[in-house]
Design a protein around this ligand. Structure first.
Ligand SMILES: Nc1nc2c(ncn2[C@@H]2O[C@H](COP(=O)(O)OP(=O)(O)O)[C@@H](O)[C@H]2O)c(=O)[nH]1
Ligand SMILES: [Mg+2]
Length: 406
């Protein structure tokens, strides 16, 4: 499967949450479409014009009364009587009779570059129609709340909805059309920070990897080392989290798998002297890359700061320009807390880029949008699982489409 295919399926929790919220918003004050089905006396379907009064937004703002009892009775009766035949017949009717409104036509122009060539009809049950709602102040407010609930943060949510309003205020929008518009806005925010990790003409290029415990540093180093190795680079890893024996074992497994040497030191020993030895080894081997794992005990900030600055100090004895990259690894499941972690680690180290892990299995994927919006830090890669190929460079369009479920 392509990484985009995988990303889309693994970001499902985030996109499903967004979709559920969008459906609720759109359905709440739907502007009725005119194509509906009604079985006649013989059980065949025919087009029913929804009475005009039902097409107007409910002045109360609720959905009650949007369909009169007679019609809903007819619909539920038809559902029972006509079964699967209706699905085919109904799609046929919708295709033949749907005439795009002028609004829809101008919206098409706006989104022409992202609309799939043959958009599937929207899901809507047996008698599917495409609910649309006029993008007004109330709906914008609800969208803003939904984006905040999707971990995009208040400022970013406001920015996104303001941009939507600028382009689309007063237009009738379906869930799919909102998703496409959202995806465009999100990818616009993320494009400037989507940058692969730079590779310098340095031997060894030193990559320091920082982040809180459990964020995915060790796993990410393993994945990166394997991928660099496959790309023909020679790599040395320093298992600088000497605090946790498991971290060392974990790296050894990745190292064995990738054929990359892993420098280790006894548990509890000084990570800086290990980093120095690893630097010596990497130089002697003529390695292209040296990746240094670190511990992430943020609860003791002063210790961690001292530990990191000592590592930097000793490797600078060998190369004053090192480390060439300081990657901050963030766990998507921590949601908005990831922003605090960026703040904290920028004070501890000279963070040069971000990698976000665990975007699979969380509904908090939107946090990456607020990170992109709030910090100008490059996002190099994203992790969507525990296997070696579950890490890939960050592509803003793919991400925006996967997050919104476009
Ligand atoms: N689902 C998922 N799990 C991940 C991902 N990256 C890391 N993990 C898991 O998160 C846990 C902590 O990772 P680890 O690399 O040990 O974190 P560290 O403490 O920062 O070194 C491990 O169980 C990893 O397998 C990811 O992208 N997706
Ligand atoms: Mg670790």
């Amino acid at each position: 499967m392509s990484f985009f295919g995988k990303l889309k399926s693994r970001l499902f929790k985030s996109s499903a949450k967004l979709e559920e919220g969008l459906n609720a918003i759109v359905d709440e004050n739907t502007v009725g479409e005119s194509v509906e089905l009604k079985p006649d006396a013989q059980g065949k379907q025919s087009v029913v014009e929804i009475p005009k009064s039902n097409q107007e937004p409910n002045p109360d703002g609720g959905s009650e009364g949007a369909v009169d009892p007679t019609l809903s009775e007819i619909l539920s009766k038809a559902e029972l009587e006509t079964g699967a035949v209706a699905i085919v017949a109904e799609r046929d009717l919708v295709e033949k009779s749907a005439v795009p409104s002028p609004e829809a036509a101008s919206f098409e122009k706006l989104v022409v570059d992202t609309t799939p060539p043959n958009p599937l009809p929207e899901k809507g049950g047996l008698f599917s129609r495409t609910p649309r709602r006029v993008l007004d102040d109330e709906m914008l407010e609800q969208l803003e709340e939904l984006l905040i609930a999707s971990d995009m943060g208040v400022d970013t949510a406001i920015r996104i909805t303001a941009n939507l309003a600028q382009d689309l205020y007063g237009k009738k929008m379906s869930t799919t059309e909102i998703k496409i518009a959202l995806s465009k806005e999100i990818s616009r925010i993320m494009k400037p920070v989507a940058r692969p990790m730079p590779i310098y003409n340095k031997k060894p290029q030193v990559i320091l990897v920082v982040g809180v415990n459990g964020s995915g540093k060790t796993t990410t180093i393993g994945k990166l080392a394997s991928q660099f190795k496959i790309a023909g680079k020679s790599v040395v890893i320093a298992a600088g989290d000497t605090f946790r024996a498991a971290a060392v074992e974990q790296l050894k497994v990745w190292g064995d798998r990738a054929g990359v040497p892993v420098m280790t030191a006894p548990q509890g020993s000084d990570p800086a002297s290990l980093a120095f030895e690893a630097m010596t080894q990497a130089e002697a081997d003529g390695a292209d890359l040296l990746m240094i794992d670190t511990a992430g005990r943020l609860q003791n900030r002063a210790d961690l700061m001292e530990e990191l600055s000592k590592i930097v100090r000793v490797i600078r004895k060998k190369d004053s320009t090192a480390p060439h990259n300081t990657l901050l690894v963030l766990d998507a499941t921590t949601g908005q807390n990831a922003l605090n972690q960026v703040d904290a680690f920028q004070k501890l180290a000279d963070v040069s880029g971000l990698i976000m892990t665990k975007l699979d299995g969380t509904a908090k994927g939107g946090v990456l949008v607020s990170l992109a919006d709030k910090f100008a830090l490059p996002i190099h890669a994203i992790g969507v699982g525990e296997k070696i190929d579950d890490l890939d460079v960050f592509d803003p369009e793919d991400f925006a489409n996967a997050l919104t479920g476009v």
